[in-house]
Design a protein around this ligand. Structure first.
Ligand SMILES: [Zn+2]
Length: 396
């Protein structure tokens, strides 16, 4: 970052960023890093202290002289509301400003019941979880949904996945009750964000692949989630495989990897082969028992997912591909055939340092991804400065 000059004086939001990242932890540090005068540093720190975003800590006295007062980001200075909506299960939580979950609850609900049923339930649960906390602590809302989202609008897109939600613009519905910034993204992007920040913060390029009822991916490129022009980046589920056998996909095309290798496809193929399988857990049982026919079908699905991932690896050159979702977590043979094909079919340079790893955070990555998304937004220098101006207008 270029050193700031008098023409681009560091704002309060920028000062908060420096304190939050630990780049500057005393008033003297802030003066040095920003080039601001002492009174200017004092003014900005005063604003942040007053808003509860920063606290002062006196260090233990050192030998000689008064110890400098340390400035720390105050994670207890506010809360964000988060919700990870799944096809059949939803987790709702209240997190502090460091993204730590303070209260949380899981419930089973069919997301296809639609926004009129699901959203009020989610919002009532937030209210209950907030309890006695003053609503003035509330800084933002982050939500993940199992559908493609036109990110800037918070509009759900994919008609065949969450049919009853198609075209619904979610943020205003939430904002009516919780008047703070509201961001919505698709569930796999949020898993990628959560896994990246929680397990691989040092890496810039990561691809999270969820193999579950459906197949999808979230891409972190250069440290940021890659959303594409409207928010559809990473939708690898509807890339066709070469030899799928003409299976019609719910998107209307044929031989999408989702239609030939997802958990849903595995169950269908195993039933067609005469196996008594109702759930993924039944398939897991057969895999563990080493049933030859099941293993062959699972390996073939892994190969087809691997073919698609090899293309994605060639385009994106990630440092790590994280495999998550209940199918990837349960099936060793699937993961090993994915690995084999990706290493064989991607270019040498793209795979020289490529790691293919199981998810470290599991399903918990979804909630932490929601928290990271909204916190990065509401604690960004621009958003902090904006809210300072709003407060001044209100109080004057
Ligand atoms: Zn498709």
């Amino acid at each position: 970052m270029p050193r700031r000059t008098a023409a681009t004086l560091a704002t309060s939001g920028e000062v908060l960023r420096l304190i939050r990242t630990g780049e500057a932890v005393t008033r003297a540090d802030l003066g040095r890093v920003t080039g601001l005068s002492r009174p200017a540093v004092q003014l900005r720190v005063g604003e942040l202290l007053e808003r509860g975003l920063v606290v002062e800590r006196a260090d233990a006295p050192s030998t000689g002289g008064r110890p400098p007062v340390r400035l720390e980001f105050n994670a207890s200075g506010g809360v964000v509301l988060v919700a990870a909506l799944g096809a059949s299960r939803t987790r709702v939580a209240v997190c502090d400003l460091a993204g730590r979950e303070l209260e949380g609850r899981d419930f089973a609900i069919d997301v296809e019941q639609g926004p009129d049923v699901v959203l009020p339930l989610v919002m009532d649960t937030w209210d209950e979880l907030l309890g006695d906390r003053p609503r003035s602590l509330l800084r933002g809302v982050g939500m993940g949904v199992p559908a493609t989202v036109e990110f800037a609008q918070g509009r759900t897109e994919s008609a065949r996945v969450m049919a009853s939600w198609t075209g619904v613009v979610i943020p205003p519905l939430v904002h009516e009750r919780f008047p703070v910034p509201v961001l919505i993204d698709n569930d796999v992007n949020l898993l990628a964000i959560g896994e990246h920040r929680g397990a691989y913060p040092e890496l810039g390029d990561l691809m999270f692949v969820k193999v579950s009822t459906r197949i999808g991916a979230g891409v972190i490129a250069g440290g940021e989630i890659l959303r594409g022009a409207l928010g559809a980046a990473g939708e690898i589920g509807h890339i066709p495989v070469r030899d799928g056998g003409g299976v019609l996909c719910r998107c209307g095309n044929t031989d999408c990897v989702d239609s030939v290798a997802s958990g849903t496809a595995l169950l269908r193929d195993l039933r067609a082969a005469g196996k008594d399988v109702k759930t993924i857990a039944d398939v897991t049982r057969l895999v563990r028992a080493g049933d030859a026919e099941t293993m062959a079908i699972v390996r073939e699905a892994g190969r087809q997912i691997g073919e698609v991932l090899a293309v994605a690896v060639n385009i994106l050159n990630p440092s790590v591909v994280v495999l998550g979702g209940d199918v990837a977590e349960a099936f060793g043979p699937l993961v090993s055939s994915i690995r084999e094909v990706v290493y064989r079919r991607s270019t040498a340079l793209a795979t020289r340092r490529l790691r293919i790893e199981p998810s470290r955070l599991g399903a918990g990555a979804g909630i932490s991804g929601c928290a990271v998304m909204i916190l990065d937004h509401v604690l960004s220098p621009d958003a902090v400065d904006e809210s300072m101006i709003t407060r001044l207008k209100i109080s004057s």
